[in-house]
Design a protein around this ligand. Structure first.
Ligand code: FCB
Length: 442
């Protein structure tokens, strides 16, 4: 069993990069000398995490990383996308925590020894709690702290890193964390959400030239997520609702990078208008070597008397175990539309994948839904490339089952199954198909 793509597909060429992705808090475990982060605090707050779990052990990757790199290598992938835990590598006084740094050096050296390119994200949501205590992303100062962290850690890790991404999904940090409160730190105000988002983008812009200076050989960029917005009907009102939702959830994070402005609906924020200083957009709109795109699903909207838009849950559609509709056409549409709107740099699909209620039986995980999902989404990427989008790589989310944020361990996204009681890893059928596809390509 393997994925099937047309023989003339760019995804068949050895230059197209295939990888697997994870993030620090979701897999590492082990507080050791790591400082507390906002997700530790959030997990310790009643009713925030569906299964009441936390990141103390997770996949125990801090201890099992050599085995995990061997596992990654056994899949035959070209690259591994990981993130660095800011509170593991920086002391509260802003100096490097050598014990934490040494872990990433060992991990990156292990990857290099297996000839696997490291795509490293600096911020995948685990803000040090001591910075949250001073206002977190609501404070402009946090953006400058991020730039200092980027400076020190990039110098320490140097050319072990093939690609740096500043942020993972500022939408999630800003909107989910500060506007609707379903992610850490759990704050709930539109004004907070918009301000946090602005400071996140500022942090990105401040870090970019530093990374470029410290690591001139590396590919440097940012990772954004998109949930394309579709109107429920063809009515002008529904179309307008979808457009406004698209501005608010998607374009908000990409437009400033290229156009030095927020979408037009920024003008309607009223009391939620964030403070933006003169020169901020010039800082944010740094040239990018690549744009990372994370895609999972789409959303459907209709007009609403009270709000700009109302999301609708369509009945009778196929959904993954986390409730996200499977709609691969949106992936192609998204890539093509971004290409039309912005002067995009090369694109890497930095996340794409499917949650399923996997069961390990006789040493196997038959995850047919995930197999179908990957097959359809790889074809969707192929379609976008044929329509002129410069996609150069694709990462499956995730290497292995892990701590799925507010869902705890209840949702499995891995192409490798994790038995959390024994920490045993078992490659699922979707993962074996990934391995076989990559291998036949060579
Ligand atoms: C993305 C996150 C990633 C994972 C997937 C399912 O939004 O970047 O950490 O949780 O969703």
């Amino acid at each position: 069993m393997t994925y099937k793509l047309p023989t003339d597909s760019r995804l068949q060429q050895p230059s197209f990069l295939f990888g697997v992705a994870t993030a620090s808090f979701q897999i590492e475990g082990a507080r050791d000398s790591r400082l507390a982060c906002i997700w530790d605090t959030f997990c310790a707050t009643p009713d925030k995490i569906r299964d009441g779990s936390n990141g103390f052990v997770a996949c125990d990757h801090l201890r099992l990383f050599r085995e995990d790199v061997a596992l990654i290598a056994s899949l035959g992938v070209d690259a591994y996308r990981l993130s660095i835990s800011w509170p593991r590598v920086m002391h509260a006084d802003g100096s490097l925590n050598q014990q934490g740094v040494d872990f990433y050096i060992a991990l990156l050296d292990e990857l290099k020894a297996h000839n696997i390119k490291a795509f490293v994200t600096l911020y995948h949501w685990d803000l040090p709690q001591h910075l949250e205590d001073k206002g977190g992303w609501l404070s402009r100062e946090t953006a400058y702290k991020f730039a200092e962290y980027a400076d020190k850690i990039s110098l320490a890790l140097g050319d072990r890193v093939y690609s740096w991404a500043t942020l993972n999904e500022p939408f999630c940090s800003g909107y989910l964390g500060y506007e609707v409160g379903i992610h850490a730190p759990g704050l709930k105000s539109k004004a907070y959400g918009r301000q946090a988002s602005h400071h996140l983008l500022l942090a990105h812009g401040l870090a970019m030239p530093i990374l470029r200076k410290n690591c001139p050989q590396a590919l440097i960029g940012i990772v954004l997520n998109f949930t394309p917005a579709y109107p429920l009907t063809d009515s002008a009102a529904d179309k307008r609702a979808a457009e406004l939702a698209d501005e608010y959830f998607n374009q908000w994070y990409i437009k400033p990078l290229f156009d030095k402005a927020y979408p037009d609906s920024f003008a309607n924020l009223g009391e939620a208008t964030p403070t933006i200083l003169a020169g901020d957009f010039a800082i944010i709109a740094q040239p990018l070597d690549f744009l990372g795109i994370n895609f999972y699903t789409r959303a459907v909207y209709q007009a609403d008397a009270e709000a700009d838009f109302q999301q609708v849950d369509l009945p009778d559609v196929v959904r993954t175990d986390i409730g996200w509709e499977i709609y691969p056409q949106a992936f192609t549409d998204l890539l093509v539309s971004l290409q039309q709107k912005y002067p995009l740099p090369p694109i890497y699909i930095t996340e794409n994948g499917c949650a399923a209620a996997d069961i390990l039986t006789n040493g196997e995980v038959a995850d047919q839904m995930r197999l179908d999902y990957y097959q359809q989404h790889l074809l969707a990427v192929d379609q976008a490339i044929r329509q002129g989008v410069d996609v150069q790589g694709y990462f499956a989310w995730s290497l292995m089952d892990n701590f799925e944020w507010a869902e705890g361990y209840s949702k499995r996204f891995g192409i490798v199954y994790v038995d959390y009681t024994t920490q045993q890893r078992v490659i699922k059928q979707s993962g074996l198909a990934y391995r076989d596809f990559i291998q036949q390509r060579r």
